[in-house]
Design a protein. Structure first.
Length: 364
């Protein structure tokens, strides 16, 4: 009888162990952004999520930020973790780095209450506070990568600064998932102050032509606020891409000031005047070294170029040689297919604008 009981318990244990194994979600094929932000709420309470959170703790840099373009949900072995560099240059807000990891930790902490995850989040929050310039902007990398490096510019490229501002506002307003952290009032007030400085920087960097507000460059000089270049193919310009996310952020603010209202109206007018109609972008060989694009006729389509010349207001394109081209076909295959030269992001701004305008005219 005793032997049968032991066998039964062993089988029962094996069944539950197997069930737990099968309950694991295959996340390796997903993007890190998807895993960090868009899994079912209950998944963030799983052992699998906590294992990923533990890896984030081990890979958080000493300054409080994280490195970019790393699939943190692909777990490293202990031997691999021992080789991870946590000091020096590398922490960044580029490509969603740091803000994405912070959001993930907040979600996991809200489910399990492990204080280590909250501590790492707070360390990341202090990193964002420290990285912010006195003028309200953020560099792409902090600590800086070196003197006179473009990553020291105020960076809107790839929505870097907008991602930070959205997180800070949600923290200050105690929105989910950050409400689960139960942050101190002083931290939330500091987040609000940092956010307000960031909005002020946005208004100061808006490009003005004949005194009228237009849009923004993807980078601005951290001292003069002037439009600035980055990589060889990212010259000073009006940005048709990053400007859209900036305007969306401004439009989301309740009870906007007259300066914010003017900034939005000026940008919307610029978007309306710089539509590129009648074309579409066809992608070829996606995900391969031969990836490329072709511009095709699309009569009902509206796009905006990534870059517009500051003098002529016309779209331009660029290769790694830093020379402007008037036509995308003049750019080599590597850059032509490996960069987002057109966007439809301003369309969402234009669609939301009438409702926003109605709200602000009513004083909301």
């Amino acid at each position: 009888m005793k032997t049968r009981l032991i066998i039964f318990l062993m089988c029962l244990f094996a069944w539950f162990s197997g069930a737990d194994t099968h309950a694991q979600t295959d996340v390796k094929h997903l993007s890190w952004g998807k895993v960090a932000n868009n899994m079912p709420t209950e998944w963030y309470n799983s052992e699998q999520a906590r294992n990923i959170a533990d890896q984030l703790l081990a890979r958080q840099m000493d300054c409080g930020g994280w490195q970019k373009n790393i699939p943190y949900h692909h777990l490293l072995t202990d031997a691999e973790l021992a080789k991870v560099r946590r000091t020096g240059v590398g922490a960044t807000i580029d490509n969603g780095a740091t803000t994405t990891e912070m959001r993930f930790l907040a979600r996991v902490y809200a489910c399990c209450g492990d204080a280590r995850y909250k501590d790492a989040f707070v360390k990341g929050l202090h990193y964002l506070f420290e990285a912010q310039y006195d003028n309200g902007g953020w560099p792409q990398f902090y600590p800086p990568r070196g003197k006179a490096h473009y990553s020291s510019h105020i960076t809107y490229n790839d929505n870097a600064m907008v991602n930070v501002l959205r997180l800070l506002r949600e923290v200050s307003e105690n929105d989910s998932p950050f409400d689960g952290l139960r942050l101190s009032d002083s931290l939330r007030k500091q987040a609000q102050k940092s956010f307000d400085k960031g909005i002020d920087c946005i208004l100061k960097t808006q490009i003005r032509i004949d005194g009228k507000p237009t849009v923004w460059c993807a980078q601005h000089d951290e001292k003069t606020f002037a439009p600035a270049s980055a990589r060889a193919y990212e010259l000073v310009s009006f940005s048709g891409s990053e400007s859209a996310s900036i305007v969306s952020l401004l439009m989301s603010l309740p009870h906007p000031s007259e300066e914010i209202i003017a900034a939005v109206k000026g940008a919307v007018k610029w978007f309306e005047e710089h539509e590129v109609k009648g074309i579409g972008v066809r992608r070829l060989h996606a995900g391969t070294p031969q990836r490329d694009v072709r511009i095709v006729s699309s009569p009902d389509n509206v796009l905006w170029a990534r870059f517009y010349d500051l003098d002529t207001g016309k779209p331009f394109f660029c290769d790694r040689d830093g020379i402007k081209r008037n036509d995308l076909s003049e750019v080599g295959q590597e850059r032509r297919g490996g960069y987002a030269w057109y966007t439809n992001a301003p369309q969402r701004v234009l669609e939301a604008y009438p409702k926003w305008l109605q709200r602000v005219e009513k004083g909301g």
